[in-house]
Structure formats: C-alpha cells, structure tokens
Design a binder for this molecule. Structure first.
Ligand code: NHF
Length: 487
C-alpha cells in the first residue's frame, strides 16, 4: 500500500492549544507516526488562542449543514513544532472564537454538542478544501467522537476505502446532552437509539463514537480492561463489552525531547543515570530553598503535580498528612489546582507546617519540572488513571512513584514488593487513606536503606516509555481498521 494517510481530529493539540493530557498526546504521537512513514495531519478548531498561529489560508472554505442551518468554516494551517506535520484549523467565529476550548468562567459552553458536531463533520469535509484524502480518520475523545458516524453516513458516496479509529483518553468525559441537541447533527434518526448516540435517554457523543468507529483504542492496556467493568465503565461498560473485539489498549509514551532531564533548562542541575545521586541532591536542595522548606539532604521529599479532582485521589493524602507529619520527618512539595476545598486544605497544611509542606495552587511548568527533579518520591493516588503522564515524567527525573494500581499506573510501575530486579515504584490497591499510609511507610523504610533506594531510583530512570512502541501499535490498528472495511 502507498503511504497511509491519517487525519487526527481533536479539540486540542499541544503546544498550539492544550488543556491537559489529550493535547499532549495529540501533539506528540504524530511525530512518532511520521517516523513510521505515515502521512499524519491534524485538524482542530480555530480557537481564539490559535488565531495568531495560523499561516496559510486555503481559498476554499468548508460549508456544512447541521440541523436547519448551514455553517461555513475557513481553513488555515500551520506546522506542528519544527516538523513538517500539518495542523489544519477550521474557523467559524460564532462557534470557536471563544476564550476557552470547552468552557469559560461561566461554565461549559451551552452549545458544546453543536460545536462537537461541527468539528466532526467539518473534518470529513476538509478534503474538499485541501486536496488531500485521508485513509483513516482518527478521532480523540468526545468532542471528535461523532466523526465516525458522519463518515458512515457518507460511506456510500465515498469512492475509496476509509477507516475510522476513536481513542478514549478519559471515559469520565462523554459529552452528554439532550435529544434536542442530537437534532442539530442532521444525522438520521437511525443514528439515535441503543446502537447509536442514545444512552439512558440522553445524547452521549462518546457512546455514538464507540458504536460507530471501526476500531477503538484507549491509552493503556489495563484501562482497556477496566472500562469493561461497572467499577470503571462510567455507565458505558455494556457498549464497550459489545465492542470488546475492536478495543485495544495502547500505552501512551512521553515526548522524550521535551522531558529530558539531561537537557532541561528549568532544573538547576542536569540529571542522568550515571550522576543521579549528585544531581538529585543539588536539585533537592535548590527545591527546598525555592519553596522555603528546611534544607535537609536526608529527609525524604514527596512531590505532587496534579489537578485537584476526585479522580486524582489527593483527598486520601490530605486525610493522612497531619498524622504523617507528626510521626515522621518528611517533606511535601505540592503543585496543583482544582477543587477549592482541597486547595484550602493544602494551603492550610503549608501554613501550619511551613518547613515541611509547600503548596502552590496553580500551574507552573518550570516548578513542575523542579518538583519531578528535586523530589525523592512522587505521589499519584488516582482513583482511576487512563494512562497518566506525570508518573512517567517522575520516573525519568528520578522521583520514585507511589501510585494506585490502576490504568496506566499499573502498566508503568513495577512495585518494589514484587522483588523484581527492575522495581521502580510502589503500588497500592484500595482507594483508602490507610492503604496509602501503609505504602508511604514502605517508601520511608526504603529511604532508610540507601542502597536499595538508589537502586530503585536507577530503575526508575531506566524506565522507558517512548512513543516508538506505541506508534507501531497504532499502525497495526489503522491497518486493521482498513481491513475491516474490505470485509
Ligand atoms: O494520560 C492522555 C491523558 C491520560 O491519564 C490521562 C488522562 C487523560 O486522564 O491520554 O488523558
């Protein structure tokens, strides 16, 4: 087959527009796919923040009908970073010229269903404007999920074989709206219902995508298993069981150039496995100084870089921190924002224990990197974690992760308890404060045994999660999606 052409459909693509891990993946996986000789391009809405980034405007706008209205989209493009990968922006002021991607200070945009249909349908029509025809439409998350339905609707008119893939980055976000919103799609009524977009009487965009895509992927093998159960399926487990034969878990990689402790200007000392002990000491002392923690080389320092939501399980940590701080000489560097109750509680702990706890509410990329580099352990007690990127950054920067055995955390961390020669972290099972306390105590014991601790740290820094392995699996998935079309 000639070079396979893949169009990513996504509401975000880092570094152009990003609200979280989805943007990171869409911004880095194409580089690895390009190395596999795929022609990958990306289409994304022209959000307000992207307006100054577009370069080339295409002469032919896209015109699509949604419900009773016709919408016109400008098409412009830029390159992804310093690569040749093209990112197309579809512009429509009334739908996308907004301050946020999904919401602003007044909350979620009320027309998000319409905006999702617009992105998905415009992605299918894009080829008319750019003179390039994808073999595979690869949609990411709920906002792009309807792409496969629009493709199936158009199937008969297409004179070539085209496949579709949907990647679920986080099943918690499904895009749930009402039947009236479904009417905006202009899709026939046969696309509503149990084998379509309807779920519990409501419009569920992700479910529509799950029913319609040729192949489904999610971002780690363990999460692919978990989401077929009631405990993790967020109500969609039955649809996922129904599509189980087409569902594959592919572990996310990280951008190893952007997260390279040997060449990271944000950290005070470069880190590599050979000189890790000296480098980590320097980074730790500098972090203690920056955060106003007492400057001690031999006190274990725990880092947290996270959003503060229920999913992330930091309430479990808050429950046990006062006792832990009383019993043990240990330090915490926390960076995050989200739930105001958790924000307040962390602030309060830094006030009551200023030399032991430093909390920064907000986000600061440089500080995040210094926490990965300066901490001994990295806490990630997530209730569920589709893949998780932070534990991978922490491993690379020599901070030993302590996490719940779930999703990608279970797939990237080999627990010390397993006695494996490549053990690189700690895992606990039940999302219960006392289970977290137990595993933190185990890490404190490891810290006392410096040779075992340094060995585990070395293993952590050796762990490799590059995109190259994931890219090969995506290539296979695209081939399967096309084979399915041939049947
Ligand atoms: O890594 C990118 C990210 C995941 O676990 C993460 C999540 C959202 O929750 O795939 O998506």
């Amino acid at each position: 087959m000639s070079q396979m052409k893949i169009l990513f459909v996504s509401p975000e693509v880092s570094p152009l527009v990003r609200t979280g891990g989805l943007g990171d993946v869409v911004g880095s996986l194409p580089h690895a796919l390009a190395k596999e000789r795929l022609d990958v391009r990306i289409v994304c809405p022209l959000h307000q923040s992207c307006r100054k980034l577009t370069r080339d405007l295409y002469p032919k706008p896209i015109s699509i009908r949604l419900g009773k209205k016709t919408y016109s989209f400008s098409v412009s493009s830029t390159r992804l970073g310093d690569s040749n990968i093209l990112v197309y922006f579809i512009g429509n002021d009334s739908l996308f010229d907004r301050r946020g991607v999904y919401s602003d200070e007044d909350g979620d945009f009320p027309d998000n269903a319409l905006r999702a249909f617009a992105l998905s349908k415009a992605a299918i029509e894009l080829e008319k404007s750019i003179d390039w025809q994808p073999d595979i439409f690869h949609a990411h998350d709920w906002m792009a999920a309807p792409t496969s339905a629009f493709l199936n609707q158009k199937k008969k008119k297409l004179k070539r074989k085209v496949g579709s893939v949907l990647t679920i980055h986080n099943l918690e976000h499904q895009g749930v709206f009402s039947y009236d919103d479904f009417k905006d799609s202009g899709l026939p009524l046969s696309y509503w219902g149990i084998d379509g977009f309807e779920h519990n009487g409501a419009l569920n965009l992700l479910k529509g995508g799950i029913q319609h895509a040729d192949k489904l992927t999610t971002v780690s093998p363990t999460y692919a298993d978990e989401i077929k159960t009631t405990a993790f399926g967020q109500g969609l487990e039955k649809s996922l069981i129904y599509r189980a034969a087409d569902l594959i878990g592919i572990l996310n990689g990280i951008d190893e150039k952007a997260w390279d402790p040997e060449n990271d200007d944000a950290i005070p000392q470069k880190l590599n496995i050979g000189s890790a002990t000296k480098g980590k000491k320097g980074c730790k002392l500098a972090l203690q100084e920056e955060l106003g923690l007492s400057r001690e080389k031999v006190v274990p320092l725990y880092g947290v870089v996270s959003r503060l939501y229920q999913q992330k399980g930091l309430d479990l940590l808050l429950d046990i921190m006062p006792e832990l701080l009383k019993q043990k000489n240990c330090q915490f560097a926390i960076l995050g924002s989200g739930d105001s109750k958790e924000e307040r509680a962390f602030r309060q702990l830094s006030k009551s224990h200023p030399t032991q706890v430093a909390s920064f509410i907000g986000f600061d990329d440089g500080l995040a990197r210094r926490i990965f580099a300066g901490s001994d352990f990295f806490l990630m007690p997530s209730r569920f974690e589709p893949c998780g990127l932070s534990q991978q950054y922490a491993l690379r920067y020599g901070s030993i992760p302590i996490a719940r055995r779930t999703g990608g955390l279970a797939d990237t961390i080999t627990p010390v308890e397993s006695k494996s020669k490549s053990a690189n972290g700690f895992l606990f099972d039940r999302p219960h404060p006392q289970e977290l306390a137990k595993v933190i105590h185990k890490s404190l014991a490891l810290y006392q045994d410096q040779s075992a601790f340094l060995n585990t740290r070395k293993n952590a820094m050796h762990s490799s999660f590059s995109w190259a392995a994931a890219a090969l699996q995506y290539v296979k998935t695209y081939e399967w999606a096309l084979e399915k079309k041939a049947q």
